[in-house]
Design a protein around this ligand. Structure first.
Ligand SMILES: [Zn+2]
Length: 594
């Protein structure tokens, strides 16, 4: 454990979960809970619920669950300690020095090794580019008109044709096979022993994080072949979902906006043209983590996409994600079917600068895309266009903005201002209501699925049983008194529940009140936190004491029997078996009266 429970409780309770989550995504209140679109899985109806009184979140769609610390860990992709630090910072709490556990120190060492290997690989590729072997690659770079100072700044390199040159180089630097494999730079041979490089005969683009460390590479193939671009795999230091190419340079430019384009070459070309506030996605669709990363650096985004259909689709997909993170978004479509690199080479950087200035607001861009589908001379089309546009405008939070665009649409379609505004209001009310209704339905379905006796049959049932018993022990002193000597912490089946029960039982014995959200703090891994949070994410209500008594008996018996069965399977003496069988008989005759 890095921080004491007291410190963790202080940090947790000083950061209201609804406020913290609202920094990342819009939430709508319904009763004592809040609902929103889950940031951890793709969905268009809200399954993500946040409870202010329990200080927990729970997704009915993907099962993500936890307290405010788990949320920050998952959305920021950081570990427990970093999440605690961030939250402490927000709440102006000064933390004591954390203590490193043995495992954490070990992990830290591996990460450091992987950073070191990437630095060594970057240097290796750079030297190869400027050797005889890299001649073709260097010629290609010159042909693409990347100037020498830019080549150097971006650390461009070349991975040679030999299949294991980098591997041998890393070995000569003293790195061991296990760590080299974890770096993703090298793969195990499929047949036979040995290793081979991931990248060979490719032009190499180092991917650098905001701390200036090389965390991965993109490689463009030199000969014909697939894939044209190959990226490093996900590793402990690299995630495509959480990094953008060139963002380290864009950050230095200290501008209020960042230009986002589609690939390595476009990014470098725009940078070389003098616009240093540019970054590119790493061959993966834009997601909420990218948006949050950008939000930390700037307030505005200019999306630069190719003028083809694919570019338009990519922009339309990125817009809602960026907007929902609270970024102001503009869109630049390069004219004449060009990509940014081609445009700059043909027209020069000043012309590109004009395009940037003329980038249009995302809402105009979306409306233009809709407009293309309709013929404004046709009455029916004008109505359909207005309805579709109203749907887009209904998503604008600001009434002033809605009004401005409503007037534009009215002019465009020659429909009256007030009729367009009414349409928007109608759509807005309808979608708001649908949003809440769908959330309610999902919630009800979840309740019925987890009712105690329904789920007793399967392994999901045994998980649920353990959660429910801990929940009941914590919330009903009389239940705890009756069960504490029958189901002891070590009688639970899963490790997480054993630890959770120990924590809850101890608190109950001391008569100490614990907040549900603080039970999550005893775990540091997201999976464990999820299991702990699940115990308290849903309320267990019983119509009568008799119902509760029935449930308690079912749960206790299920847990005890499962545990005994597991022990029987492992028993290695007749005495032990006899004892277990006797215990099982006792269990059959047991009845707990509340
Ligand atoms: Zn989810």
């Amino acid at each position: 454990m890095y921080y004491s429970q007291e410190v963790l409780e202080q940090v947790r309770s000083s950061n209201d979960i609804v406020d913290v989550i609202s920094r990342y995504l819009p939430l709508k209140q319904k009763g004592s809970s809040y609902f929103g679109l889950c940031p951890f899985h793709n969905e268009d109806t809200p399954s993500f619920s946040v409870s202010r009184d329990r200080q927990l979140f729970y997704c009915f769609g993907c099962g993500a669950a936890g307290n405010v610390i788990s949320f920050v860990m998952q959305i920021e992709g950081c570990d427990f300690v970093d999440a605690v630090k961030k939250l402490a910072d927000w709440a102006n709490i000064t933390l004591p020095e954390p203590e490193f556990s043995k495992e954490a120190a070990e992990e830290e060492k591996i990460r450091k090794n992987i950073y070191d290997m990437h630095r060594a690989a970057g240097r290796f590729f750079y030297e190869k580019l400027h050797s005889e072997e890299g001649k073709t690659a260097l010629e290609y770079i010159e042909k693409r008109q990347i100037k020498q100072n830019i080549q150097k700044k971006f650390g461009l390199g070349y991975s040679p044709k030999g299949r294991d040159e980098l591997y041998r180089h890393l070995k000569s630097k003293g790195f061991n096979d296990a760590d080299i494999l974890k770096s993703g730079l090298v793969l195990e041979n499929k047949y036979g022993k040995g290793y081979h490089d991931r990248f060979y005969d490719r032009l190499m683009f180092p991917i650098i994080d905001l701390q200036g460390r090389i965390i991965g590479f993109g490689g463009r193939i030199m000969e014909k072949g697939e894939p044209k671009y190959l990226n490093s795999p996900e590793t402990v230091v690299f995630s495509k979902k959480r990094n953008l190419y060139g963002l380290n340079f864009a950050k230095e430019s200290k501008k209020k906006e960042i230009i986002i384009c589609e690939g390595y070459m476009d990014m470098i070309s725009i940078y070389q043209a003098g616009y240093h506030n540019v970054a590119a996605s790493l061959g993966t669709a834009f997601n909420i983590e990218h948006a949050n990363l950008l939000k930390k650096l700037v307030s505005d985004i200019i999306l630069v996409f190719d003028s083809d259909k694919a570019g338009e689709t990519a922009a339309l997909r990125a817009i809602p994600i960026l907007v929902s993170a609270g970024l102001r978004v503009k869109v630049l479509q390069v004219p004449d079917g060009k990509d940014p690199d081609e445009f700059i080479k043909l027209n020069g950087s000043a012309e590109f600068g004009k395009l940037l200035v003329d980038a249009i607001n995302y809402m105009d861009f979306q409306i233009n895309c809709v407009k293309k589908k309709y013929n404004m001379e046709n009455d029916e089309h004008r109505v359909l266009f207005t309805q579709e546009a109203a749907k887009l405008l209904s998503q604008l939070e600001s009434p002033v903005e809605r009004d401005v665009y409503a007037k534009k649409i009215a002019m465009e379609t020659r429909i009256s201002d007030s009729a367009v505004s009414d349409e928007i209001t109608k759509v807005k009310e309808k979608t708001d209501k649908e949003f809440m209704d769908k959330a309610a339905i999902k919630r009800i379905r979840q309740y019925s699925e987890t009712s105690v006796s329904d789920s007793m049959q399967n392994s999901k049932g045994i998980q649920q049983a353990q959660r429910n018993l801990i929940y009941l022990a914590m919330n009903h002193a009389d239940v705890y008194e009756k069960i504490k000597n029958i189901v002891k912490p070590q009688d639970y089946i899963d490790d997480v529940y054993i630890r959770l029960a120990k924590f809850v039982y101890e608190a109950c014995d001391k008569g100490k009140n614990i907040h549900p959200a603080d039970t999550v703090n005893i775990f540091e891994l997201p999976d464990e936190q999820k299991k702990a949070a699940e115990a308290f994410a849903l309320r267990l209500d019983f119509e009568s004491v008799r119902d509760m008594e029935k449930a308690v008996n079912e749960i206790v018996k299920l847990i005890k029997r499962t545990k005994i069965d597991a022990q029987v399977a492992k028993a290695d003496s007749v005495e032990m078996l006899t004892e277990l069988i006797n215990e099982k008989k006792k269990m059959d005759n047991l009845y707990i009266k509340l």
